[in-house]
Design a protein around this ligand. Structure first.
Ligand code: FE2
Length: 341
């Protein structure tokens, strides 16, 4: 430890906002000297720190405190620091907390460990003070960016719910489509990341209806061609509303293209086949299924099997993906449609 202890503690100019210096950092390291060193260094820069000697202590901090960055020693004894990383990633509340993994390994094994831990960055011990502070500040910027996106998404979800609430026949539509689409995606073996995009995209898919006048949205009779055109605009209007989430490309595709059909007869872009992402195709089928099985002012609701038959006819016509229809058939035949008795 003498090398580390003798390192000069560098003080960075306070040109960043005070906000950044109030971030809270978890230091999970079994070595007391290292813990003290990192904590002193980070506190001298204005950060709050929580130190954990063991994995259990680290997990307790994660459960009770709001952490902005986790500094984790990959070689903590017993279950080791990887457990802390996995716990962070598996908890929805902390899955986006940046992890800075500290390792005693040489470059290649250290990088492999970082990938395995799904860490955002890693540093080899002994850590250079300047590098540590620089990494922490970079990760903090990343965290702030993700937090802003998350807050924007929450706001948009509220807006989507308000739009649904305007039409009694549409109440809970986004939520049901989301649950059905995620279930279909799981049956098709899509990855956890894909399922997450589907969940979020389905919740927001009709948000553009906020731009559709009530007299069209709530009209009981058939729509004129002009009214249909206004209603159909909810696809690209929705994508425009969600444009601040520009780094969420799969989500924006779902919102814009959930009324496309495989044969190119959909809207707004007339996309065909694989031009429509698989995530969007799953949401489209879940959307149609929910529409059919929900009561409308001009008709009663279809039974599950009637809906399947209708979607099969449309799939044979070239509109929908047959693999998704197969997954829907399995889901319905096992009577496990999410949200239904
Ligand atoms: Fe729609």
């Amino acid at each position: 430890m003498s090398t580390l202890s003798s390192q000069v503690v560098v003080t960075f100019p306070k040109d960043l906002s005070q906000e950044s210096n109030r971030a809270t950092i978890l230091i999970a390291d079994s070595d007391e000297d290292y813990r003290q060193l990192y904590s002193d260094l980070l506190r001298s820069e204005g950060f709050h720190t929580f130190c954990a000697k063991t994995v259990d202590q680290a997990l307790a901090v994660l459960h009770h405190e709001r952490i902005d960055i986790a500094l984790v020693d990959g070689m903590m004894p017993k279950t080791n620091g990887m457990t802390v990383c996995r716990e962070l990633r598996s908890n929805p509340e902390t899955r986006l907390v940046p992890i800075l993994l500290l390792t005693s390994w040489e470059l290649a094994p250290g990088r492999a460990m970082g990938i395995d831990a799904d860490a955002d960055a890693y540093l080899k011990k002994p850590v250079n003070n300047i590098e540590l502070i620089t990494r922490v500040r970079t990760l903090l910027e990343k965290k702030r960016f993700t937090d802003n996106l998350e807050n924007t998404e929450k706001m948009l979800l509220t807006l989507a719910e308000l739009v649904e609430a305007k039409n009694p026949y549409n109440a809970g539509h986004g939520f049901r489509v989301s649950r059905t689409a995620v279930s279909l995606a799981a049956r098709m073996g899509l990855s956890a990341d894909d399922r997450e995009w589907i969940r979020r995209g389905a919740l927001l898919h009709d948000i553009g209806k906020v731009g559709v006048p009530d007299e069209i949205l709530l009209k009981l009779g058939p729509l004129t061609a002009e009214e249909k055109s206004v209603l159909n605009s909810h696809t690209y209007v929705g994508a425009r509303i969600c444009a601040p989430l520009s780094s969420y490309r799969p989500l924006l595709q779902i919102i814009r293209n959930h009324h496309e059909r495989l044969d190119g007869s959909g809207y707004p872009d007339g996309l065909r086949g694989k031009e429509i992402s698989i995530l969007t195709r799953v949401v489209s089928v879940a959307d149609v299924y929910d529409g059919l099985t929900t009561r409308r002012p001009y008709r009663g609701s279809f039974s599950d099997m009637q809906a399947i038959h209708q979607i099969r006819r449309e799939a044979e016509q070239g509109w929908w993906d047959l693999r998704i229809l197969a997954a829907l058939g399995t889901m319905v035949s096992f009577q496990c449609v999410p949200g239904r008795a």
